[in-house]
Design a protein around this ligand. Structure first.
Ligand SMILES: [Zn+2]
Length: 622
């Protein structure tokens, strides 16, 4: 850990020193960080590692923005034999595991306000959308811990998810007071501007935006595109059909919204109006595009010097504050009209209020930062959650474009991202702040070790029960009773392989003489050379099976689940009077086989249900 701190103090100094001293290489530092057990929640251990990273930063670079967002994951339970517990349950902290399977993950992500660093902080497995009260509790835990690291969070950024809206009202966030006081420091709450822009575009697709005498319509944009796209020299080169009719994936990309609300579309429509190829009322739509373009520039500024006034960082003389005030006035006067239902729906459209709240926040945030931390300028691009969105994006693309990762895969990605950003040197804010070094590193390291992100079967290998391969039996297609005897036979075969004696040989029989059932599988026994179990042995396993089920159903989320079941099953009388009977070995094997089988079955049926629902939805939409 000392080495890590030293490394962060100065990378060049570190490499110089390592010539004279025995220091771990950068790759072994990386290995060490990856070996750290990162559980749901922000652990003290993680904090002490973060402390190493942040302690060398100058005070001004310790100002930070906290991003919160959710992502859905595939419902999938996985039994890890090494740690003897099942992964993939709803879990908020190391000791707060629930019985329901997780369907999503809530992530806290930290980002420098004045310097170019980012750090994944914690993740929490959730079921459905995370309740606002729980988000609030987790948020305060994190605020406290992060403050102990000397990091000063000045803003919290989320999208307009209903639980985050509720969080704002739980914290009594209002337009007049868009912050909370936490240990004498103000923490501002705002929405992610790229989300707001997309949300406005989505509403504009359906409704018309009206203010004063101006009535806008998506039709104008569509008509403009139809004329423009046929011209040899186009006014808005970037527009495509995807912009005009965004589908599911393209709706999620900010680019397609930003290029609609752009200066070139605004100017293009205006030119056509002048030449009467578009009606005069389309000018209102041009103005909407132009206004939103400038507003988004001002909320996404990343340069100190650039010809575009609003793209410059906010400073005392930049004129942004007056400009933003004017925008609030304009946004307040907006009305949203649904021409299909022929009524106003202004109050149903959340994003207008979201814009007003967020702009208002920035107006109050800058003077506060100037006074309290002597900040000369503010780059508003730091006030969005792009870093977190990109992080999610990388994870999603790794699983194929439509596939969400499982909980285990997510944890692997998260660890890797943590590791990469922990070892990333901080650069100051004057360079382009969007060079996502961490993610580039992340991408390359991900592709190097793709197999790690498949279902981590590698874990079996470290287990002390590794001589058992669960997949070497196939009991799916047989009737249940046969299947059960088959499993018993499998267990017996494994048992006799590690121990055999005169007494224990009675567990095995050469003919199947009990039950007159028509055992189709009889042939299979001889084919695969499985031992035929005696009645005693079958009854023994059956008793274990009943106890196993009774306990597993209610307690499967507990840590050390295998050991807990083992303690119970050890009380069952042994099937033979042999001192050397390897009972523990047998029971461990039985437990592993059963857990793997139940989870695999459950995961598969979840998957099928989901696919079925998808198919139904598809049919209905036709
Ligand atoms: Zn024996």
């Amino acid at each position: 850990m000392l080495a890590l701190a030293l490394y962060h103090y100065s990378a060049r100094g570190y490499s110089l020193l390592s010539k004279f001293l025995i220091l771990p290489s950068k790759s072994s530092l990386c290995m060490w960080v990856q070996g750290v057990n990162i559980q749901p929640g922000l652990s003290d251990h993680m904090c002490s590692i973060l402390n190493c990273r942040f302690s060398s930063l100058p005070k001004i670079h310790k100002l930070a923005v906290l991003c919160i967002d959710e992502m859905s994951i595939k419902r999938n339970l996985f039994y890890c034999t090494r740690t003897d517990d099942i992964k993939g349950f709803e879990q908020y902290g190391p000791d707060d595991k629930r019985r329901t399977a997780a369907t999503g993950v809530l992530v806290f992500f930290l980002r420098g306000l004045t310097a170019n660093w980012k750090q994944p902080l914690s993740y929490h497995f959730i079921s459905g959308s995370c309740d606002a009260k729980i988000v609030k509790k987790l948020l305060f835990e994190i605020l406290d811990k992060v403050q102990e690291l000397g990091i000063q969070i000045v803003a919290v950024i989320s999208d307009q998810g209903s639980n985050f809206l509720k969080l704002h009202s739980l914290l009594s966030i209002t337009n007049d007071k868009p912050y909370i006081l936490h240990n004498d420091c103000k923490i501002f709450f705002l929405f992610d501007p790229p989300h707001l822009l997309k949300s406005l575009r989505n509403n504009f697709l359906k409704y018309s935006v009206i203010w004063d005498e101006n009535k806008t319509s998506w039709k104008h944009i569509e008509n403009f595109y139809n004329i423009d796209s046929r011209q040899q020299y186009r006014l808005a080169r970037k527009l495509t059909m995807t912009h005009i009719h965004p589908q599911r994936l393209s709706r999620m990309k900010v680019k397609f919204a930003a290029q609609i609300f752009s200066a070139s579309v605004a100017a293009g429509i205006a030119v056509h109006c002048q030449h009467k190829s578009l009606p005069a009322e389309a000018l209102a739509t041009a103005e909407l595009c132009s206004r939103m373009n400038s507003l988004f520039d001002a909320m996404n500024s990343s340069h100190l010097k650039t010809p575009n006034q609003w793209q410059r960082a906010i400073s005392e003389e930049s004129g942004h504050i007056e400009f933003l005030h004017l925008n609030i006035q304009w946004l307040t006067s907006l009305k949203i009209f649904d021409s299909v239902k022929n009524k106003f729906v202004t109050n149903n459209v959340k994003c207008i209020q979201g814009w007003i709240k967020t702009i208002n926040c920035v107006i109050q945030l800058f003077p506060y930062l100037r006074e309290k931390f002597d900040l000369k300028f503010l780059m508003t691009r730091r006030l969005n959650q792009d870093c977190l969105e990109n992080f999610f994006g990388v994870i999603r693309t790794k699983g194929g474009c439509s596939d969400n990762p499982t909980a285990v895969q997510f944890v692997n990605h998260f660890k890797r991202a943590c590791c990469t950003s922990l070892l990333l040197q901080v650069t100051t804010g004057n360079t382009a702040p969007d060079d996502d070094q961490m993610l580039i590193n992340l991408k390359s390291s991900l592709s190097l070790s793709k197999n790690l992100h498949k279902q981590p079967t590698a874990m079996h290998k470290v287990s002390n029960l590794s001589n058992v391969n669960v997949s070497d039996f196939t009991i799916r297609s047989m009737p249940e009773q046969n299947a059960f005897v088959y499993v018993c036979g499998y267990l017996l075969k494994k048992l006799l392989a590690v121990h055999s004696c005169e007494t224990c040989s009675v567990l095995k029989q050469n003919e199947l003489d009990f039950g007159s059932g028509d055992y189709i599988s009889l042939k299979n026994y001889h084919d695969s050379a499985l031992s035929v179990p005696s009645i005693n042995f079958t009854m023994y396993v059956s008793r274990c099976e009943n106890l196993f089920h009774a306990f597993f159903k209610e307690n499967r989320h507990l840590p050390g689940i295998g050991d807990k079941i083992l303690k119970i099953l050890q009380k069952v009388d042994k099937p033979v009077h042999c001192q050397q009977f390897p009972q523990t070995y047998l029971l461990r094997l039985f437990i592993r086989v059963r857990i793997h089988y139940i989870l695999r079955f459950e995961n598969r049926s979840n998957c099928q249900q989901k696919n079925f629902k998808k198919k139904v939805a598809k049919l209905q939409s036709k």
